[in-house]
Design a protein around this ligand. Sequence first.
Ligand code: SAM
Length: 200
Amino acid sequence: MTTDAHDPATLAFYDAEAVPYAARRAAEGTWALDGFLTRLGLGARILELGCGGGQDAAVMVAAGFDVTPTDGSPGLAEVAERRLGRPVRVMRFDELDDVAAYDAVWANACLLHVPEDALSDVLRRVHTALVPGGLFQASFKAGSGGGRDSLGRYYNFPSAASLEAAYRAAGPWTVLEFTASSGGGYDGVQRDWLLVSASK
Ligand code: SAM
């Protein structure tokens, strides 16, 4: 069952699967992460949402950024802590309440688990957490509305139009760009993805 603000079954899946899930990929740059980091100044404060096993945080730390990794699964946060050798905050997206605290927010393949009706509120929290001009990058599996994969994880599966509406409702963005791509997932299914780059 999905609550208003998060899906307990999805977080329970990641908790139970933390060790094998975290082992699925290496800590190395991706075209999306590398492109994001080149737009930031040295030492920029980056909030990472849904950091999973900490692979992207490890790349950002190694590149000299001031990273705050977070995840809603205590099990994955613990695995990420071991990888990073630093604390990882256990925080659900709907618990974010920082104000103008970050130069950037990195949310790779994680806000796709936010219940459709709660997505605008979470995006508004991200907007509030950014300084003016701050960057925000997130990725979503595209579709035509919420549902579950074969592993029981909930996804919001937005269309480009519904995703844009959720962002626009969350606050004014000076830049809002959508890039379509395709890719796989832990369930082995190839899907269409939407990458969203926003600037406050
Ligand atoms: N960003 C990581 C990566 O790219 O490897 C992990 C992506 S994984 C598909 C989704 C992550 O979002 C998991 O680490 C999961 O624990 C986290 N997550 C799911 N729902 C969440 C919620 N409501 N609040 C915070 N984290 C959540």
